[in-house]
Design a protein around this ligand. Structure first.
Ligand SMILES: N[C@@H](CCC(=O)N[C@@H](CS)C(=O)NCC(=O)O)C(=O)O
Ligand SMILES: N[C@@H](CCC(=O)N[C@@H](CS)C(=O)NCC(=O)O)C(=O)O
Ligand code: FES
Lengths: 104, 104
């Protein structure tokens, strides 16, 4: 479908993508983590897209099995949410993923 | 007003009160912190009250200056959100407040 192609295109064309909600602190935390690593993620605020927001969120759930925000992709690969990304960082694996994806 | 009295009554009758939203991870984190300290907070899920939820949230903003969730009270006193509560815990001050309020 059109929406599925949009997501696939977004995550393949941008090294780091975060599907977020503007008022969600977990979304803010993961956006802040990337910024602190000198990386500017492509951020899509699902609550600023009108009726397309919930549709996009449903599509993300179909593609990734995850219905929650934040929903993070690096180098076209689905990473997970905030806790997943923070854990990768704590284990020293995030920076390698970012370099591999050409984000750093 | 009726709603203002409800809030004042709730926070004076329960040692620990958390105004929360079921799907918010910051709300979950602060609820979990209290449970890990052996404290059962009085939890009010604002997203489970129908139209009263937003009204209550507005009232909390009027009474505390805070429009966000979670909104935490201990011993009738407004504490703040998740980060405020976690900070008090990290500084070793939370347990004293809980004991003083008769929560532990
Ligand atoms: N562990 C996940 C938690 C994600 C989560 O529960 N997100 C919440 C907002 S903080 C959400 O999308 N809730 C909507 C729902 O549960 O339907 C992460 O770190 O991203
Ligand atoms: N630092 C605050 C952040 C609170 C916060 O931003 N809460 C969000 C949900 S996680 C909220 O209520 N957002 C609604 C809004 O910003 O209008 C805390 O730790 O509680
Ligand atoms: S909505 Fe509260 S942390 Fe996401």
């Amino acid at each position: 479908s059109g929406l599925e192609d949009t997501v696939k295109k977004t995550v393949s064309e941008n090294p780091v993508v975060v599907y977020s909600k503007t008022w969600c602190s977990y979304s803010s935390e993961v956006k802040y983590l990337f910024k602190s690593l000198g990386v500017e993620p492509r951020v899509i605020e699902l609550d600023e897209l009108g009726s397309e927001g919930p549709q996009l969120q449903k599509k993300l759930e179909k593609l990734t099995g995850q219905h929650t925000v934040p929903n993070v992709f690096i180098g076209g690969r689905h990473i997970g949410g905030c806790t997943d990304t923070v854990k990768l960082h704590q284990e020293g694996e995030l920076e390698a993923l970012l370099s591999e994806a050409g984000a750093k």
